[in-house]
Design a protein around this ligand. Structure first.
Ligand code: KG4
Ligand code: ZN
Length: 323
């Protein structure tokens, strides 16, 4: 069974092909250079770029898989949350394709896609899932596919957003996460950063204090590698402390860590030594992509979820609990 998955929620056009639950092709057309000049994603430019990329990228994905559109069994796309203009491009394209081919269409929640990318076959809920990306830092209790309970979320910046902003303070490129990770490896010592929200009783996250601290230290002229290392360590420790406390309190032994930040090797090492059964997305599947959307759709199909209505619109705001 072939599933096409499309994600155009933000600044990357993602087209993925999954065969019987295995990722065969996963193409991402990045818009990093386009938005780089503005220091952030310009929504209207993102939509226009998706429009240019979506058809050729889909044709390339089909060619690389050695199939044609007629071989597709399911078509899926991100319905939300995200930038509405950007979402509409991939979502409408996918719905049109499903309609033309007469195939079922699945409207997928972006975070369900991220979770699906980290969710190995044979691992049954309930478990915990942390989604840490440029737009989200959300901790969920996954009770089943399509059944999510939010335990905590960031009060300010998302984890990836904090990496991006601190990278900018350090004069590094975008996206900041990989740049900070690389620079931190050059440091022997880390400049200490205070770990946020140590006194809270809930499971929230906060990264704006780390960002402010980074700014103060940059102004003091401290060495950048040690600063990058200190920030990274504190951000990771903060994520780990909150998640591990939630695991202790809820009794869950299985944890999925998903989203762009899950690619961080120092983060993976820290969570691996936590005594939980922890899973990360395979390489190339933590950042936004289309294959994760196809994986989520394939799971939904297998579990007997009905296909989505083609009259359903995309949505910028959509809590995962309502997906
Ligand atoms: O999931 P994603 O591709 O897009 C969103 O849905 O937001 O996540 C992108 C974010 C960016 O903020 C980027 O800096 C961060 O993930 N990121 C990382 C790493 N690779 C990407 N953060 C820390 N370490 C990394 N290695
Ligand atoms: Zn994402």
């Amino acid at each position: 069974m072939w599933v096409l998955g499309i994600d155009t929620s933000c600044d990357d056009t993602g087209v993925g092909l999954v065969r019987d639950g295995q990722v065969v092709v996963n193409l991402v057309a990045s818009q990093v250079r386009l938005h780089g000049a503005y220091g952030g994603v310009v929504p209207e430019l993102a939509s226009r770029e998706h429009l240019k990329a979506i058809r050729p990228l889909t044709e390339r994905a089909l060619a690389e898989a050695g199939i044609t559109a007629k071989d597709l069994d399911l078509v899926a796309a991100t319905r939300g949350p995200g930038l509405i203009g950007a979402l509409l491009v991939g979502y409408t394209f996918a719905k049109g394709l499903a309609w033309a081919l007469g195939r079922p269409f699945y409207a997928i929640h972006h975070l369900e896609g991220h979770i699906a990318a980290a969710w190995p076959e044979g691992i049954a809920p309930p478990f915990l899932a942390l989604v840490a990306s440029g737009g989200h830092t959300h901790l969920y209790e996954v009770l089943g596919l399509g059944r999510y309970r939010l335990l905590g979320a960031t009060r300010d910046d998302a984890a990836g957003e904090a990496f991006d902003k601190v990278a900018r303070l350090l004069g590094l490129g975008f996206p900041g996460g990989p740049e900070i990770e690389r620079l931190a490896q050059e440091a022997e010592e880390a400049v200490p950063f205070p770990v946020p929200l140590r006194e809270q009783e809930g499971y929230d996250f906060s990264f704006s204090g780390l960002k402010t601290k980074a700014l103060q230290l940059v102004e003091k002229g401290l060495p950048k590698p040690a600063l990058a290392k200190g920030f990274q360590e504190a951000a990771i420790l903060h994520l780990a402390e909150v998640v591990l406390r939630a695991a202790r309190d809820t009794g869950h032994k299985v944890l999925l860590v998903a989203g762009g930040v899950a690619a961080n090797q120092a983060l993976q090492a820290r969570f691996r030594e936590a005594g939980l059964q922890v899973y990360f997305p395979p390489k190339g599947l933590s950042q936004d992509n289309g294959a994760m959307i196809a994986l989520a759709a394939y799971r939904r199909f297998r579990q007997g979820f009905p296909p989505s209505s083609l009259s359903l619109g995309a949505t910028a705001y959509w809590p995962l609990e309502e997906a």
